[in-house]
Design a protein around this ligand. Structure first.
Ligand code: 6PG
Length: 248
C-alpha cells in the first residue's frame, strides 16, 4: 500500500489538486480499461472540488466516467442534506455525463431496499460474482471531527461489516440511518483520497495519523492493493508532526 500525506497551503489549492487527481486518474483508467469508476464523498469539503470539475475539467471523457457515492443520508435526492443533490448541483448537472453513468443511492426508499438496490448496481456495473468486491479507480473520502468517514461512525454496527458491500447504518447521534459503502469496498480501491480542510479537523487528523492509537473509523481505511493519499490544507495539518523528507 502506498501512503502519501500532502499538505497544501489552503482550501483552494486543495480543491485544485483533488480535481487534477480526479482528471489524471480518469484519463489513465479510460486509456487502460475504457472507463473510470469513482465514488464521491459527501459533506461540504468536496463541494469546491466538484465545482472545479465542472468549470475547469469539462474536456474529460464524461461518457466513460461512472459516478457512484460512498454514502448517502436517508433522504430524497432533492433534500438539502442529500449528497446526490450536492454533487448534482456542483457538477453532475453541468458536465456532459450520461444519466445512466450516475449511480446514485436511492435513499428515498426504505433503507434495506436502498441498500439492496445499490448493491445490485455495483454487482451489475462491476460484473461481480458472489461476494466479489468492486474495485473503484478512485474513492473520495472525508473525515468528521469524531473520526468517522463515509457513514462509518464510531460505535456504529457497519464498522464490523465484513461480508456486505453496502450497509444501512444506524447513527445514534443523528437518530437516523445512513447508507454506506463498507470497509472491504473502501480497502479494495486502486486509490483513496481523503480531503481534509480547516482548523476544526486539526486535532482529529493528528490523532488519526498518529500510528499508535487505532481507535477511529477513518484509520481502518488501508487499501490493500492501492494508494492512500491524504490531501490536507495547512489549517487541518497544523498539529501534524511529519518527519522531514530525506535530505531536507
Ligand atoms: C457525509 C460524508 C461524511 C463527510 C464528513 C466530513 O455524507 O457527510 O460522506 O463522511 O465526508 O462528515 O464532512 P465535511 O466535509 O462537511 O466536514
Amino acid at each position: 500500500m502506498g501512503l502519501e500525506i500532502k499538505i497544501v497551503p489552503d482550501a483552494v489549492t486543495l480543491a485544485r489538486e483533488a480535481a487534477q487527481e480526479f482528471h489524471r486518474l480518469a484519463e489513465a483508467a479510460v486509456q487502460a480499461r475504457g472507463r473510470f469508476a469513482v465514488a464521491l464523498s459527501g459533506g461540504n469539503t468536496p463541494r469546491s472540488v466538484y465545482s472545479l470539475l465542472a468549470s475547469e475539467h469539462k474536456q474529460l471523457p464524461w461518457d466513460r466516467i461512472h459516478v457512484f457515492f460512498g454514502d448517502e443520508r436517508h433522504v430524497p435526492p432533492d433534500h438539502p442534506d442529500s449528497n446526490f443533490r450536492m454533487a448534482n448541483e456542483s457538477f453532475l448537472s453541468k458536465v456532459p455525463i450520461p444519466e445512466k453513468n450516475i449511480h446514485r443511492i436511492r435513499a428515498e426508499l426504505d433503507v434495506e431496499t436502498a441498500v439492496t438496490e445499490y448493491d445490485q448496481q455495483l454487482h451489475d456495473f462491476f460484473r461481480l460474482v458472489d461476494h466479489d468486491w468492486p474495485r473503484f479507480d478512485l474513492i473520495f473520502l472525508g473525515i468528521g471531527e469524531d473520526g468517522h468517514t463515509a457513514s462509518l461512525f464510531p460505535g456504529s454496527k457497519a464498522l464490523a461489516e465484513a461480508s456486505r458491500r453496502v450497509a444501512a447504518n444506524w447513527v445514534e447521534k443523528f437518530k437516523t440511518f445512513r447508507i454506506t459503502l463498507t470497509f472491504p469496498v473502501l480497502n479494495d480501491a486502486s486509490e483513496v483520497v481523503f480531503l481534509v480542510s480547516g482548523g476544526s479537523k486539526a486535532r482529529i487528523l493528528s490523532e488519526i495519523l498518529n500510528p499508535g492509537a487505532q481507535k477511529y473509523p477513518a484509520q481502518s481505511v488501508q487499501p490493500e492493493n492501492g494508494k492512500l493519499l491524504w490531501l490536507v490544507d495547512e489549517d487541518a495539518g497544523s498539529l501534524l508532526r511529519l518527519a522531514a523528507p530525506p535530505g531536507s
